[in-house]
Structures are given as C-alpha cells and as structure tokens.
Design a protein around this ligand. Sequence first.
Ligand code: COA
Length: 709
Amino acid sequence: MKMGSSAVVLEIRARSAHVRIANPPVNALSHAVRAGLMDCVGAALRDPAVDHVLILGEGRGFVAGGDIAEFDAPLQPPDMNDVLALIEGASKPVIAVLHGNVLGGGLELALACHGRVAQANARLGLPEVSLGLIPGAGGTRRLPRLIGVAPALGMILDGKPVGAEAAAALGLIDGIAEGDPVAAADALAAELAGSSLAGRRLGSRALDPTQANDAAEALAAARASVATQFPWSAARRAAIDVVAHGLDADLSDALARERAAFDACRAAPEGRALMHVFFAERAAAKPPVAAQGAAPAEIARCGVVGAGTMGRGIAIAIAAAGLDTVLFESDPQRRQPARAAIDAHFAAQAQRGRMTPDAAARAAARVSLADEIGGLGDVDLIVEAAFESMAVKREVFAALDRVARPGAILATNTSTLDIAEIARATRRPGQVLGLHFFSPAQVMRLLEIVRAPATDPAVLAAASAFARRIGKTGVVVGNAFGFVANRMIFEYQRQGEFLVEEGADPATVDRVLVEFGMPMGPFAMADLAGLDVAWRLREEIPAMRRTDRRYSRLADLVCARGWFGQKTGRGWFRYEPGGRRPLPCPDIAALIAAERARLGLSVRPIGDDEIRERCLFALVNEAARILEEGLAARPGDIDVIYIHGFGFPRWRGGPLHWADEVGVGRIADALRGWFDGGEAWLEPAPLLTRMAEAGIGFSGLERKGWIGR
Ligand code: COA
C-alpha cells in the first residue's frame, strides 16, 4: 500500500511502515513535509497492519533541517513540535533510518524517534548557530538527555556535524548499519516492541543523576567559551539559556521557551545576516544567467604558469583538490625551490594531521614541473601567474595560444591588468578570462572569476564549477581596474590614511575596525600584504595619484624608506624578528607628524564612530558604483567577496547587508556631509542617492530592476 503527498510517501512492507521524505534537493522540512509527516505517521500508527514505523529520507541525505526559505515569515501549521509529539508519543516503535545529511530539524526529528540507525556516510549535527539560530524543535531539550549536557552543548554551540562513528561513540545513534539499513532498523524496532518505550521518549525522560550533577559546570564552561570565542553571538548565549531551562522544566514549557528563543533569533540581526549570507553564497556560486544551461567543459588537468609565490599557491590549491597540475617555470633557478616548497607544504599538512601521509604524498605528486611551455599542451585549464606586466602577459598568452589544445581555457591571475587586452594576444578571446586568487592562494577561499567582454558564457560556467571543485568561493565579476574586491578596499584604505593625516593614529584606526569585527585593521592588513605592491602600482599607473583630488603621500613615504610591511620587519608598524604582531613605531609617528605639518593640518580628536563610518561608508559607496557599472551582478555577491576575501564579519552579513541594517539613507547623508565639507572622494554614488531617495536598501535593488544582468 502507498499513500501520501509528493513530499512524504508511506509504504507498508511486511508490517513495517516506511515513511519516506522526498523533498529535493535536501529534504528540508517545509510546510508540505511537516503536513506529509503528520498524515503518513498518523496513518501508519492507526493501521493495525503496522507493527512499527521507519522514517527515511529519499536521495542523498535524510533531512538537512528546517526550510530556511520559510524562516522570514511565520511558520505555517502543522508545527514541527506537534509532528514530533505524535512520533515520540506513539505506542509503536518509530525508528529513524539515517544517511547523508542529518542536520538541524533533521536531527531533531531523529531525536524524537525511539531509535536511530545510521549508514556509515551519515553526518549528524545541529548547525543552527551558523545561521544565527538555535534548534527550534526540541533539540535543546532532547539532545542533553541522550548524550549528556556537555557533549550536547558542544554540538549545539559549534554547529559542526559529526560522522557516524563519532555519533555512535557519543551515543547519538543506536548503531551503524553494516548491510541493509532497513533490515537493521526493522531489527531494532522488533527489539523495542517487547518493552516499554518510556525510556526512549527523550522529551519526557528525566535527566540521569550524573548528567544533572555535571550540568552546572558544563553550562558555566560553555558560557565562558562563548564569551571569548563568539562574543558577538547572541544566538549561542540564547542556546545555553534554553538548554539550562530545558534541563528541569516541563516538556511543554521547555519547548515553548525554546521556540520563543528560536523565533527571536530568526528576527534578530545575527540571524538575518547569517541567513542572508547562506543564500548569497549559493547564489554567487551559480554561473551567470547567460551561462546557465551551457554545458561547461570538464576540467580534469590543469596548468599553472610561473612558480612564484602565487603560482605555487595556485598549484597547491588545485592539487589539494585532487586535480593533476603541470607547473611551468622557465627559470631553472626557480624550479627547484618551487618543488621543495610544494613538497614541504604537503609534508607539513601531514605533520599537522590535516592529511594522512599517504594523501599528502599523492597530492604533492599531482604537481609536476615543466621547463617548456609545451608541457601545458594537453591540459584543460591554464592559470597564468607570471610577472604583473602587460607585455609579459601578452607574450605568455600568445605562446599559450600556440601550445594549448583547442578548447583549453586560458586564465590570468592578474589583479590589475585589462583582461580584454590580454585576450587579444590570442586567437581564442572567448576562452580567456581572469581567475583572481587571493594570497596565500592555498588558503584564501575567494576566487574572483573575471569576465572580459569576449569571454564565452560556457567558459564562465566551467570556471564556476572549477571554483567549487577546488573548494573556493567563486564570484563572477566584471573586467575593470581592481575588479571588485580591490577596488572597494582602495577606498577603505584611502579613508584610513586621510584619518591618520587628520589626527588619528594607525593603531587606533585598526583597533576600531577590529572591534567592528574585521580580523585586522587596514594598516596591519597592508603590512601583511606588502606595501610595495600598491606602491609599484602607483608608480606605474599615474591615474592612481590623481592630482585633482586629495592624495595622501603617507604610504609612499613609508615605502620610500624601504619599509614594506611584515616582510621587511617594518611598515605602518614595527615587527619583532619573525613576529606578526604589529607594534607601534615612533619613526612612523614622526613621519606622520612631519607630513601633517607640511600639509598645515592641525590635529583634531577623531572619535571611533567617525573612523568606522568613514572607512566603511566609503566601502559601501564604492560598492554602489560597482553595482551601477554592472561589475558585480548583485549586492550579495559583494557581501560574499568581502566575507571570503577580507574577513568582513559574516555575522554582520557582509558590507551591503550591514549597510541596509544601518540604513542607506543615513549612509548617503553622512557621505553628502563629508562631500559638502570638501571631501571629493566621498561624493555619494548616484545609485546610493537614488536608493536613499526611494527609501530602498541594497536588498531591494534586484526587485526594483535597478541592477541586473
Ligand atoms: N532549507 C532550505 N533550502 C536549503 C536548506 C535548508 N535547510 N539546505 C540547503 N538548501 C538548498 C540550498 O539553498 C541550495 O538551493 P539552490 O540549489 O537553489 O541554491 C540547495 O538546497 C543545495 O544546497 P547546497 O548547499 O548547494 O548543497 P550542498 O550539497 O553543498 O550542501 C548542506 C548541503 C545541507 C550541507 C548545506 O546546504 C547546508 O548546510 N544547509 C543548511 C543546513 C542547516 O543549517 N540546517 C538547519 C536549518 S535550521
């Protein structure tokens, strides 16, 4: 017999009812699934031909959680807690048969069952805090009763799933099915059928005495760890409070309190920001509309040109993801050190336990060095990381065009040059694009996929798939100086330098932005990246030193002394030999004072608010220009770029989500005020002004049709 909606199907096989959730792609617990579960489980429990019920998930996983897309509105009945009450209260055993993702509401569903059998590939977790939420369907109540208060708090607060073996060790599941999971679940149900299920109803089960004794200590430790590791996370604090309350409250009180806290988190800034990022990341990962449906070329073998720091890092990133890579380097002096550095990288990964020694050796062996460009003849994608000069790049691309197989994709890792011009050095401009990795390439997740006017949409689709394959967050951007990431950061750093000229000191500017949530301030970041990189650009590109607008010479003066940042032990700050901690430097203070005197600027006290707002509003303003010019497809892409490229705090949702929270009107007003005061760089972008006048934020732009491809 078969019944049910399309989202949940009931089938009865030899007195075992199979309730199967089929809501692709991840079996999220949408309204239709909740309703389907209610109907199918209810029917199975009423049916005298059924002895026990199994709950299963169709497809790659069991259930990946509540349907996040429904979280911005009141949830429609039936309530998940009512579904779970029906399951937990059943007099027939109900067993969850788990595989793949068992996350959030999926794990809570499993916890309400009387037993849990998992396949070896199951990943079980409560990832709600990564979305700024807390478990909302009894997880905070049932999990501590099953595995103990401290381990439950561990899972709830770190949000990371555990594998089947770890789950078995925690007591989260009854066992891992060796063979047929349904047979294992039937066997468990038969075992339970003979005795009372009371002890298996976690919601109403009493905490056992050792669990109760350890609770106070576990809660205090959790509070202390959240205060230091996640001081911004109201969701984690709420989760601890709710777990504490649920330890001895009545079940219905506990569930009500948990749900109230869950609802508060959904509406709070942290939840809104993190859910926004969840969807923005997924939208950014998709190739542009024009490329959707294009069959992307399969990329199996890659090539890299240039074995400098960047080229090595790119080769490592690709090889680590399991793809063969030919690294071409014409300079014999650089080949051996590159080989040694790549081998050392993977050896260190093994030593730190991040890879098995075997996997590390295999990954290192995937990189082969070539001394002739012809070595790149049979690869599918080549990333050029040669010297940053148009003449060099054009020469390399002309040569690549001659040796690369037809259909091979040619990418440049340039961060400043015009990709259209590079493409014109080949006879296949449609196959040319930018792949802008961030340094260190083997670590940083951001990959700007730069589309030149001639780039074939199928090539963009292939590049998006390649980014995913090597574990990067690829975002398609347009071909303009600085692309998206660097162009915005220039404006942010510019304001930092102006503020220093006016009276702030670099350490204060950095402190304010770190307090905001950035991993480091603009000056420490410049020191880390190397001040010489931007200095050379300013030397080569006169437009970067505009004479018609205010220009701060401070960075040039620092560079003129040979102080290039961490690598020279001095930059905006001083560094102990081998140290990374920025220390204040009296020479820099003197240099700044001399420059202020030369400019005739009298030092004024500058408050933290002004520092934060000038730097970040400048960033937002530039983003508005970028959107208007069509260099980024959507505001969410810019948020993703800033989170993964510069560590903008994820819990603030990225610069443009944050801008909406602050209010675009307020930002436009502040910019207008500074502009009217003579700060030409802070003229509000036309789009920002238009948005402020219309009262819409960045999140409303696509709906309005003001941006789009
Ligand atoms: N609710 C609604 N949609 C969800 C979802 C959820 N809980 N989890 C995933 N999706 C959607 C994604 O938005 C994506 O949709 P798209 O194809 O339209 O972009 C699709 O399912 C596939 O997800 P994706 O993340 O691209 O697949 P993946 O295989 O890389 O990862 C997961 C799968 C489940 C690990 C990942 O999606 C995830 O972590 N989801 C959130 C889990 C969670 O936090 N659950 C608790 C919610 S309270």
